[in-house]
Design a protein around this ligand. Structure first.
Ligand SMILES: Cc1ncc(COP(=O)(O)O)c(C=O)c1O
Length: 419
């Protein structure tokens, strides 16, 4: 169990920021809300909600089109958000930031645009066994279309990627799709090392940073991926917006993913030519309010400090792992590495033989929100011989008292099932 000083520190940090999140002050079933589902979708601060509200109330207009004041203000805010996000992930240029609907669309963009243009018979696509379906299914689709094959990089029993197997498998492969943090086992992969290994073998790396970007510094230069995607709604931003970052030369060489307005340079009776990146990949009217909201969200995260977010993550994980094992001993099976330094802010578990859906329903009665199910990672659950798990996930606004509340509610669940 963490010492008292560190518990006070975690809670003081969380408490100082909770006031910015209006939703955290509501009740559920007459109990204070204990929101432990930030890996599914984080909550957002007042500043994000306000920025979107202000856009709709005072300068809503389409972007990059009209030569009127509202259009100019909206365009400046949209382009400004791209610059903020570029700074947040240390992108060498803002043009390498492509807005999408979510990370799922970002990964589909890479698979369908880069993949279909570059893969064929005999090409090997490597997927880590801990991928979310968003970084699996697009690759299966592209494999089917191109004749490439899919291979799985194994993980150990404690949910750690087998780097020796990866090194062997990378030889002669074409692309590696790998998550930076598993949304089930929580493993924080050594993603910069993994990308360096891929680069050494001339393999294109596609990093899913959906669970990574909200919890630690994302530095695309230091990570060294060829493509990296994340999703706005898990990073304090709105739903409906995601980000694809890519290497400039690759983005420039890729065909468009979707066709339509804004992504063209010219269209005539014979065909079309494409606009430069990023417009080439942003067809149609984009989620303008959401992009503006995401810009404010990353500013908020930067102000909090991603190093402090990571410190809170490790501290609350240490507290939660100890509290759960102290309370439930052999009755609980925690998936993934038990060292908090090796994971990011979430804990998936099985409790006795209570179905995860029953656990989450009982917890909801106590005001505690967790996620239950396969978390869109069926191959990973199959690796552990289970079909579903319960998952508590944290963000910097969670306190140790909320972890205690989780343990208390789980106790009630066990009691109800006579375990
Ligand atoms: C690791 C990971 N990748 C991808 C996704 C998909 O995110 P979205 O539905 O926002 O595209 C999730 C969401 O749960 C995730 O956890």
């Amino acid at each position: 169990m963490s010492d008292l000083a560190s518990i006070r520190e975690i809670d003081a940090f969380a408490e100082s920021l909770r006031k910015d999140f209006p939703i955290l002050h509501r009740t559920v079933h007459d109990r204070p809300l204990v929101y432990l589902d930030s890996a599914a979708s984080s909550q957002r601060p007042e500043a994000v909600i306000e920025a979107m509200d202000t856009y709709y109330r005072t300068y809503h207009s389409n972007i990059h089109r009209g030569a009127h004041t509202l259009g100019e203000e909206a365009t400046a805010a949209y382009d400004g958000a791209r610059t903020k996000i570029a700074r947040f992930v240390n992108s060498p240029t803002p043009e390498q930031i492509v807005f999408t609907k979510n990370v799922t669309e970002a990964l589909n963009l890479v698979a369908h645009s880069w993949g279909r243009a570059n893969l064929g018979e005999g090409d090997r696509i490597l997927l880590s066994t801990m991928e979310h379906h968003a970084n699996i299914v697009p690759w299966f689709m592209v494999a089917e279309m191109t004749g490439a094959t899919v291979e799985w990089v194994p993980i150990s029993d404690d949910g750690v990627l087998d780097l020796d197997a990866l090194a062997r498998m990378l030889r002669g492969a074409s692309v590696l799709a790998c998550t930076a943090v598993s949304n089930v086992v929580g493993t924080l992969n050594p993603i910069a090392d993994i990308c360096a290994m891929a680069r050494g073998e001339g393999v294109v790396s596609v990093v899913d940073a959906a669970q990574y970007t909200p919890h630690q510094v994302t530095d695309v230069v230091a990570i060294g991926a060829d493509f990296l995607g994340f999703t706005g709604h898990k990073a304090l931003g709105p739903t409906g917006v995601g980000v694809l970052w890519g290497r400039s030369d690759l983005l420039d060489s890729m065909p468009p993913f979707l066709g339509g307005g804004e992504m063209i340079e010219h269209v005539d009776y014979d065909g079309f030519s494409t606009a430069p990146v990023p417009a080439k990949f942003e067809a149609g009217t984009m989620p303008i309010a959401e992009v503006i909201g995401l810009g404010v969200a990353v500013d908020y995260l930067a102000d909090v400090g991603m190093d402090r977010v990571r410190d809170h993550d490790v501290a609350i994980l240490r507290y939660a792992l100890a509290a759960l094992t102290d309370a439930f001993g052999a009755k609980i099976r925690i998936l993934g590495p038990l060292d908090p330094e090796q994971r990011s802010g979430l804990v998936s578990f099985e409790l006795g033989d209570v179905h995860p859906h029953d656990i989450s329903t009982i917890l909801d009665q106590e005001g505690v929100a967790i996620r239950a199910g396969h978390h869109c990672a069926k191959p990973l659950h199959a690796r552990f011989g289970v079909t579903a798990s319960a998952r508590a996930s944290f963000q910097f606004y969670n306190t140790t008292a909320e972890v205690d509340q989780l343990v208390h509610a789980l106790d009630i669940a066990l009691e109800l099932f006579g375990l």
